[in-house]
Ligand binder design. Sequence first.
Ligand SMILES: NC(=O)c1ccc[n+]([C@@H]2O[C@H](COP(=O)([O-])OP(=O)(O)OC[C@H]3O[C@@H](n4cnc5c(N)ncnc54)[C@H](OP(=O)(O)O)[C@@H]3O)[C@@H](O)[C@H]2O)c1
Length: 255
Amino acid sequence: MTALVTGASSGIGRAFAVELVKRGTDVVVVARRRDKLEELAKELDGKADVEILVADLSDPDQLATVEARLADAERPIDLLVNNAGFGTAGPFHQLPVEREDEEIRLNVVALVRLTRAALPGMVARGRGGVVNLSSVSGEQPLPGWATYAATKAFVTSFSRAIAAELKGSGVKVLNVLPGFTRTEFQDHGNFGQHFIPGPVWMTPEQVARKSLKALDRGRSEVVPGLQYRFVALVTRLSPWPLTRLVLRGATRKMW
Ligand SMILES: NC(=O)c1ccc[n+]([C@@H]2O[C@H](COP(=O)([O-])OP(=O)(O)OC[C@H]3O[C@@H](n4cnc5c(N)ncnc54)[C@H](OP(=O)(O)O)[C@@H]3O)[C@@H](O)[C@H]2O)c1
């Protein structure tokens, strides 16, 4: 079995790659930082085959090389983990538009194109899987994280739809909705991490393990961690006017 993991140079993607190798899966690891991928390959040396693919997935030409690798019938990929992603935080009208555009290209466009490249082969073989990293933050609009939450709402909607389309095909689609997880993600912006108490945080290893367990069980969605299952439930049940009031109060303290 071979899995392709995007964003494997750190955080949740790296944890997925390590966990998959522990299970005896060969991995193709994708990210922009070659040194980090080489470090990972060294760590995994002798345990499984590790193929390095350096690509900026927000760049159409570099994305095309990864699409081609996924569609290569000679070297089939059994599992695609669409994990690469980042978020921007702050009042939308003040954020640099190029970064917002890049966020949509990575979190949405790359995920759709890679899934589209991987699925025909999987469907033809009658087996395979796609794991998409969404977020509990995509469950409702999120003032202060407008673009990020919207990209994750897209991922959840898209994943649920294709999971339903592929039922009975032998190909599984799993939508993963993590909550706060300690990774490099928080280095890229003020995500309110300073307001979050220690025990609420997940580790990337917990997220990867719980996701793979859910995939084994044939589930199409997982919210790793009891605390975030509760958050997701409350968010889904709360009417938007109420959520908006609560969130506006909370985000005013941040910016
Ligand atoms: N951490 C959280 O609290 C949290 C919560 C919910 C959902 N998530 C989601 O989980 C996923 C993984 O995030 P993480 O927390 O593990 O963050 P992270 O530690 O910052 O990892 C992000 C990964 O994406 C890669 N990446 C970023 N831009 C890229 C690009 N243009 N092309 C290719 N690869 C790129 C990075 O590698 P390079 O820099 O080497 O390219 C890195 O390996 C994301 O989709 C995120 O939205 C995270």
